[in-house]
Each structure stands twice: as C-alpha cells, then as structure tokens.
Design a binder for this molecule. Structure first.
Ligand SMILES: NC(=O)c1ccc[n+]([C@@H]2O[C@H](COP(=O)([O-])OP(=O)(O)OC[C@H]3O[C@@H](n4cnc5c(N)ncnc54)[C@H](O)[C@@H]3O)[C@@H](O)[C@H]2O)c1
Length: 267
C-alpha cells in the first residue's frame, strides 16, 4: 500500500499568496493537484505566483482584493466559487503588522491596536465566515488559519501582534466546534521565524543569529515548510484533526522568550 496526498479536483483559496508564506502554500497546493485561487492586494504579485504555478503545469487563477473592505471578502469568495465551481480548502494567510513597526506596550495607541487586530483577527474571522458559508452549501471543507509562533511565549515589542494572533488560536477552536457538524475542519498553523523578503528587510543585524541560536533545531522556518504542512492538514491523512494549532517553528516554542532587540522597522 502506498500513501499519497492528492488534492486534484479540489479548489483552494490562499489569501495573501502574492508573496512569502502564502505563495509557497499556493505552490504546494498546486503541486498536490489542486486548482488554486491565488489572492493578494497586489495584483502584480498574484500574477507572479500564478505564473510560477503554471510553469510547473499547475492550475491557478489570480484574484486581487483588499481584504480590509468587508464586501470585498464576500466578493472574493463568490468569485472563487464561480471560477472553481466550489471551495474545498481555504487558507487564511493575510496577517503581519499592517505596516506598523514593532513597539513597546506603553507606546501603542488605540489606532495601532485596531490596525493589528483588524489585520489579523478580524480579517481571518470574516474570511472564515464567507468560506464557511460556501462550504456549508457544498457539504464540507477545510479551513486553515495562519497564526504565529509568537503566540506560544512572551513577545517583547510584539504584544499586539501576538495577542491578535493568539485570538486566532481561540477563534480556530470556536470555528471547529461550530463548523464541525457541517463537515468543515478548522485548524491553525503557526510559523516560526520565516525569512520572507519582508522579514529579511526589517531584521536588525544579529537578530537572525540570535533567533537561530535559541531554536532547538538551530534553524529558521522555510516558507515551503508551511506549504508542506498545509497540504497535509488539508488532506484526508488529517481527517480526524480539527481545532488544533500546529507549529512549524523548529522547536522555538521551547525557549520561553524570543530574543529581544527586534528593532524599529515597519513590518
Ligand atoms: N514571516 C514570518 O516570520 C511569520 C512568522 C509567523 C507568522 N507569520 C504569518 O504568516 C502570514 C504570512 O506572512 P509573510 O511573512 O508571508 O507575509 P508577507 O508580507 O510576505 O505576505 C503577506 C501578503 O499578504 C498581502 N496582504 C497584506 N494585507 C492585505 C490585505 N489587506 N488584503 C489583501 N492582501 C493583503 C501582502 O500584499 C503580502 O503579499 C501572516 O499571517 C503572518 O502574520 C509570519
């Protein structure tokens, strides 16, 4: 008997897949045979990801939308369903720092907090709602929310981001409970430090080495490793798994604090 993962005949939406982790998740879903709706606020980046998938003879369609607009979220899901004939798997990957620099707890005002909570918790919840409604109509599906390793330990300079991501972990439980009877599994994945282009730009000197030194496997997370994990979690190999947070962080959660001195660059 051989074991393989086959997502052919499945339609997948990956939000924020014009770059970074989302791009690799989209590419790995396509490698597993899925038809992939590549989404990003930056239309040119969606075209790049779709072209990378096409180069490997995968199937992809680019969709551009700013998810800060609630109506755009519903429209995006409706457009994907119209394109693919349904929605089987959705990865809610848009997040990060909404263009804000890391900041001390005492320096963050209401506007800062609202930006971070909107960009992470609210967008994930509203995407999940639109996706769940589409999946309920067709009898089931799989949702994966992208959380962060920052939720597993104290995060100096990142408290609003970590709190918003930690709320996604709890949301994932609640979604799993409410949507399970509709045959929808909901899990979260948590990247450790992942050197996407954006992250490379903002790390101060020495920060990368400090993170690696504090990690049992002595390494960062590669974007493609989130792709592999998402492909597995969305597959029937994980069909009994729902409401879980799965870390891909090289064991970083075992260190009780992240290295300080993240710097002040906007992320
Ligand atoms: N890189 C890391 O070290 C790391 C670690 C833990 C968790 N994460 C999480 O992983 C996810 C992806 O991170 P990344 O490093 O690949 O980020 P990234 O910035 O490289 O990619 C995110 C993509 O989302 C798009 N986007 C942002 N706001 C949007 C909006 N309002 N509407 C539509 N698209 C929008 C961006 O254009 C970008 O292409 C995020 O949720 C992030 O919080 C990242």
């Amino acid at each position: 008997m051989s074991v393989e993962i086959d997502h052919s005949a499945r339609v997948v939406l990956v939000t924020g897949s014009g770059a970074g982790i989302g791009r690799e998740i989209a590419r790995w879903m396509a490698r597993a045979g899925a038809s992939v709706a590549v989404h990003d606020i930056r239309a040119e980046k969606t075209a790049e990801t779709a072209a990378l998938i096409a180069e490997e003879e995968g199937t992809a369609r680019a969709f551009a939308a700013d998810l800060r607009d609630d109506a755009a979220i519903d429209q995006l899901v409706a457009d994907v369903v119209a394109w693919g004939g349904g929605l089987d798997i959705a990865v809610n990957n848009v997040g990060m720092m909404a263009g804000r620099p890391p900041a001390r707890f005492v320096d963050m005002d209401g506007a800062y907090w609202r930006d971070l909570v909107d960009q992470n918790l609210v967008l994930t919840a509203l995407c999940g709602r639109a996706e769940a409604l589409a999946m309920m109509e067709q009898g089931g599906g799989v949702i994966i929310n992208v959380s962060s390793g920052e939720t597993t330990r104290p995060s100096p300079m990142m408290s609003s981001y970590a709190a918003a991501k930690a709320a996604i972990n709890h949301l994932t439980w609640s979604m799993a409970v409410e949507l399970g009877p509709h045959n929808i599994r909901v899990n979260a994945i948590a990247p450790g430090t992942t050197l996407t282009e954006r992250v490379k730009e903002v790390f101060p000197p020495g920060h990368y080495d400090a993170i690696v030194a504090a990690t049992p496997l002595r390494r960062e997370t590669l974007p493609e490793e989130l792709g592999r994990l998402a492909v597995y979690l969305a597959s029937d190999l994980a069909r009994c798994t729902t409401g879980q947070l799965i870390l891909a962080d090289a064991g970083a959660f075992l260190s009780r604090t992240r290295p300080p001195n993240l710097g002040q660059n906007a992320v």
